[in-house]
Design a binder for this molecule. Structure first.
Ligand code: ADP
Length: 303
């Protein structure tokens, strides 16, 4: 069945945060695409104009490390977003026990992640929902960020769907303390969690609730002091936690190089005003020191 006279629907790829994702063929180009059908449920008739304007902006975001939004249209009361189709994602790579990730492979994956983020931050677009299954991998090993800007347009998906609990593990401490004025630092924190996950081959901070998530963060990096993070005490959901000292970061990542560890600690800085920016992270010596990042086509991928 053709959608919008252009897309031939194939199988369901999965249920996402905002609705069902289909595989489809673009009859105009012959290209395989992924169509995300977004339920517009309570938003009355159709889509509000702000959302449409923002989606138009997303269509302009074109970068080798960003999933291209090919088309967007309303159909039967749902909004359809058409993206380039991608074979696999970083979560599948991390979970695949048959895959060995060398330090050069990890460097390549995290560099592509940061490059995609840098491009969007330069255009003042935040991701806000970074996690390994949002980092899609194309046939030539190219990593591309998916779902850019959607959290802002359609609202934070948290708590609405049970499978979303995983996103909590990548949430920055300022978000967990209920900040309303978050910035690009939330994506840096999430990228740091993904970096850590590539090194450990399991999610780094697996909180079971928002409170537990903060507990896991504090156990890893020590309870933040108000000299480390002066604005913390003014955050809406701030509560005082029992003081826990930080273990040496090295003890948490025994396999990481000194350069990797230094970059990681700068990305995991508590105060979002002090936290390294994505651009600064890309200029960190970790990326210029040996080994050089693996060429994307040579990266290991699931069979
Ligand atoms: P979530 O909101 O949980 O991140 P998504 O809505 O992004 O999930 O995706 C739901 C499912 O659709 C996932 O299993 C994902 O693998 C698949 N999917 C999403 N985008 C694409 C794409 N561009 N190409 C191929 N598969 C995709």
């Amino acid at each position: 069945k053709k959608v919008a006279d252009r897309y031939l629907k194939r199988e369901v790829l999965g249920e996402g945060t905002y609705g069902v994702v289909y595989k489809a063929i673009d009859t105009k180009t012959g290209q395989t695409v992924a169509i995300k059908k977004i339920r517009l449920g309570k938003q009355k008739e159709g889509i509000n104009f702000t959302a449409l304007r923002e989606i138009k902006l997303l269509k302009e975001l074109k970068d080798p490390n960003i999933i291209e939004l090919i088309d967007a249209f309303p159909h039967k009361g749902n909004l359809h977003l058409v993206f380039e189709f991608m074979e696999t994602d970083l979560e599948a790579v991390i979970r695949d026990r048959n895959i060995f990730l060398s330090p050069a492979d990890i460097k390549s994956y995290i560099q592509m992640t940061l490059k995609g983020l840098a491009f969007c931050h330069k255009k003042w677009v935040l991701h806000r929902d970074m996690k390994p299954n949002n980092l899609l991998i194309g046939p030539n090993g190219q990593l591309k960020l998916a779902d850019f800007g959607l959290a802002r347009i359609f609202g934070s998906p948290d708590r609405k769907f049970t499978h979303q609990v995983f996103a909590r593990w990548y949430r920055a401490p300022e978000l967990l303390f209920g900040t309303k004025q978050y910035g690009s630092g939330v994506d840096v924190w999430a990228a740091a969690c993904i970096f850590a996950e590539l090194l450990l081959r399991r999610p780094f901070l697996q909180g079971t609730s928002d409170i537990d998530q903060l507990g896991k963060i504090f156990a890893a990096f020590g309870t933040p002091t108000s000299s480390q993070w002066p604005d913390m005490v003014y955050l809406p959901d701030y509560v005082e936690y029992q003081y826990v000292p930080a273990p040496p970061l090295r003890s948490l990542f025994p396999m990481a190089s000194d350069d990797a560890l230094d970059l990681l600690s700068k990305m995991f800085t508590y105060d979002p005003k002090v936290r390294i920016s994505v651009q600064q992270a890309l200029e960190h010596r970790y990326f210029s020191s040996a080994p050089p990042p693996t060429d994307p086509p040579k990266l290991p991928r699931p069979n």
